[in-house]
Every structure is written in structure tokens, then in C-alpha cells.
Ligand binder design. Structure first.
Ligand code: MUC
Ligand code: MG
Length: 368
């Protein structure tokens, strides 16, 4: 059935340093997975991480090693299983490794949808949106630069909603930076912040109160990943929406966070969820619990971003939009036709599978 599985690391410089509380990204390593069937059908997946091991518990190198050593022989050994049985086999034999599992699942679903001649979204329940709103993250670390960057994005009709990365500077400096940007861009522009778990609960009380008063729309993962009790207390205390990001690691954690009222919004990510199917499960749990949805990114390139878009396009209500801007942060294009970002949105392809074509010559030039 499956003839070969290749994992390729591609290092691409970013258009500017991207400063998060946990790391500053200057180069993004795309972890691309290519699965080829005996009939010559090719499926692609991606398992990029943020800053090696700075953000999560998988690195590009661990993903490659684990796919080459454990996933690939298992998949090659499959004789006659459908995709559901194949994914069950992987779950049974491989613990953890959500990012690697996501890349493999994406490539398998790409193949399956190509075989059926339908866009990948159609085998995830069906597309409800042909385009998805995409915000831009301001993370240059400099207030003036961020304001200029935002104004340029609005002029270009690329983005009209912005997420600000904070948490690496003293709290009051960060809060003043956010308020200055909100004032400069005006009341109609939605501003959100991502603290990337940098604040203690006490700092959250001081910081979030000021951000709420300044009409910031969303506070993303303000405190430690494990401190979900604090997340619940903050959600109960403030009117501004509190979003779980790093604390959300798939359907199990979605269930626990929902049960304990730990957030108003879930940042659904295909890699953090362990796959597109699991991301859809997370969204379903959120819907049942009355939690709003936001389509998150691990700053993937075009493969992971469009895979995410296929999953998110099946969500009935994406109240807080998406952040699928990863490809726009990169200085190199790896598709023969770039993803279509227009009118503040990412437009989904209609071709079978992921609906993209990889520029394999470019990959050869850029691969590590
Ligand atoms: C995160 O924590 O949300 C997503 C956008 C961005 O700038 O960083 C990532 C990770
Ligand atoms: Mg985040």
C-alpha cells in the first residue's frame, strides 16, 4: 500500500525576528513528511515546532527520528487496512508524539482525499467556509515598528485583527506597549494578547484588569500550562475572554478544561491536538461546553497551515477567527502556487486532497 515515507527538515529564515516569551524565532524549521503509495500517489504533512524544544515537548529532530525509526516501518508493514484502522494501529503502537502523529495523519488524509477526488475538508465532515479570517501577530518587540507593521497590513487588506506577543518584558512595560498599539490603531481594530504562560496568577490579576479596561478582546494563555485552576479563576473573574492555548493538548485536555470552566475560548491546533481528526474532536467538545473557537497555529508553513484550514473550515462557528499566517512569516515559498491570502482571509483550495503542489526543486535546495 505505502511504498515510502520521507521526513525532510527545511530551515527558512523569517521576515523579521518573531519575539515570544519563550524564544525569539529567526529561522523556522519546517518538518515535512512525504508519503508515497505503491500506486504513486503522494501525500504531504507537516510537524513544525516553535524554537526547537522552547515551546513544546517535540523538536524537529525528534519528529524526524521518531518518524524514521518507529512510524515509517509500521506504516510500510501495513498490508490491507483502511485509514481508520491505520490510525488506530498508530495510536496503539506509538505513545505521545502528537506533532509527528499529526504530520503522518495529514499525509494519509491527503492521499485518501486524492484517491476519492475530493478536498481534504470533505472527509473531515465537510467544508462550511470557503475562506477563513486570518489575523497577524505583532512580535517585533518594538511598539513603533509594530504600529507601522499593523497599519501596512490594514492598507494591504491582508489583516485587520492583531495578536500581540507579550510576556518577555516587565509586566507594566508590556501592558503599556499593548495600550499604545490599541490607541494608535483605533477602536475598530481587534487587539488580542498572547502571554505564552509568562505571568504568575498575581501578575495576571494586575495585567488582565488593565487590558480589559483598555478594551483588549482576548487574553491567550496568561499563566503556566499546568495551572489550569488559575485559568479557571481568571475566566470566572474577568469579562474579557480568556483563551487556553498551551494547556490544550488534544481531546482529553479539552474535556478536562471544559469540565472545569478553564477558558471562554479554545485555540484549536492540529499539531497540539495530535491530528486533524482530533482537532475536530476538540472543537466538538468546545461546542458542547459553550466554549468559543479560535483556529491556532504552530507557525507552520503552507502544508500545516492549509491542513489546519481544511479542519477549521468544517467548524460551524469560529467566533475568534484564525491565525493561519505562518507562510507569510517566511522568506521562501515552497509551493508552486502560494496560498491565497486576500481581503483579510485565507481562501481554501478546491482541488483534491490538501489542494497544493509542493515545489520539490525548492525543497531540495533548502533541505538541511
Ligand atoms: C502561540 O502560542 O500562539 C502562534 C502565533 C504566534 O505568533 O505564535 C504562535 C504560538
Ligand atoms: Mg499562543
Amino acid at each position: 500500500m505505502y511504498k515510502s515515507i520521507e521526513t525532510i527538515l527545511v530551515d527558512i529564515p523569517t521576515i523579521r525576528p518573531h519575539q515570544l516569551s519563550v524564544t525569539t524565532l529567526r529561522v523556522q524549521t519546517l518538518v515535512l513528511v512525504k508519503i508515497t503509495t505503491a500506486d504513486g500517489i503522494v501525500g504531504w504533512g507537516e510537524a513544525s515546532t516553535i524554537g526547537g524544544l522552547n515551546y513544546g515537548d517535540e523538536s524537529p529532530e525528534s519528529v524526524k527520528t521518531n518518524i524514521d525509526t518507529y512510524f515509517a516501518p509500521l506504516i510500510i508493514s501495513i498490508k490491507d487496512l483502511n485509514i481508520a484502522q491505520t490510525l488506530k494501529l498508530l495510536r496503539k503502537n506509538i505513545n505521545g508524539n502528537r506533532f509527528a502523529k499529526c504530520a503522518i495523519q495529514t499525509a494519509l488524509l491527503d492521499i485518501q482525499a486524492k484517491c476519492l477526488g475530493v478536498p481534504l475538508s470533505e472527509i473531515l465532515g465537510g467544508r462550511l467556509h470557503d475562506s477563513l479570517p486570518v489575523l497577524w501577530t505583532l512580535a517585533s518587540g518594538d511598539t513603533k515598528k509594530d504600529i507601522n507593521e499593523a497599519q501596512k497590513m490594514i492598507e494591504l487588506k491582508r489583516h485587520n485583527t492583531f495578536k500581540l506577543k507579550i510576556g518577555s518584558r516587565p509586566l507594566q512595560q508590556d501592558v503599556d506597549h499593548v495600550i499604545a498599539i490599541k490607541k494608535a490603531l483605533g477602536a475598530d481594530i481587534s487587539i488580542r494578547v498572547d502571554v505564552n504562560r509568562a505571568w504568575s496568577e498575581l501578575e495576571c490579576l494586575h495585567g488582565i484588569q488593565q487590558l480589559q479596561d483598555a478594551r483588549i478582546d482576548l487574553i491567550e494563555q496568561p499563566c503556566a500550562i499546568q495551572n489550569t485552576d488559575a485559568l479557571a479563576r481568571l475566566t470566572a473573574r474577568f469579562d474579557v475572554a480568556i483563551m487556553a492555548d498551551e494547556a490544550l493538548t488534544g481531546p482529553d485536555s479539552a474535556y478536562r478544561l471544559a469540565k472545569d470552566h478553564c477558558a471562554n475560548v479554545f485555540a484549536v491546533k492540529i499539531e497540539q491536538s495530535g491530528g486533524l481528526i482530533e482537532a475536530c474532536d476538540v472543537a466538538k467538545i468546545a461546542c458542547l461546553a459553550g466554549i468559543d473557537l479560535y483556529g491556532g497555529t504552530m507557525l507552520e508553513g503552507p502544508v500545516g497551515s492549509i491542513a489546519s484550514a481544511h479542519a477549521f473550515s468544517t467548524f460551524e462557528n469560529l467566533a475568534f477567527g484564525t491565525e493561519l499566517f505562518g507562510p507569510l512569516l517566511l522568506t521562501e515559498e515552497i509551493l508552486t502556487t502560494p496560498l491565497r491570502y486576500e481581503n483579510f482571509a485565507l481562501h481554501l483550495p478546491t482541488m483534491p486532497g490538501l489542494g497544493i503542489e509542493i515545489d520539490e526543486n525548492k525543497i531540495e535546495q533548502l533541505r538541511r
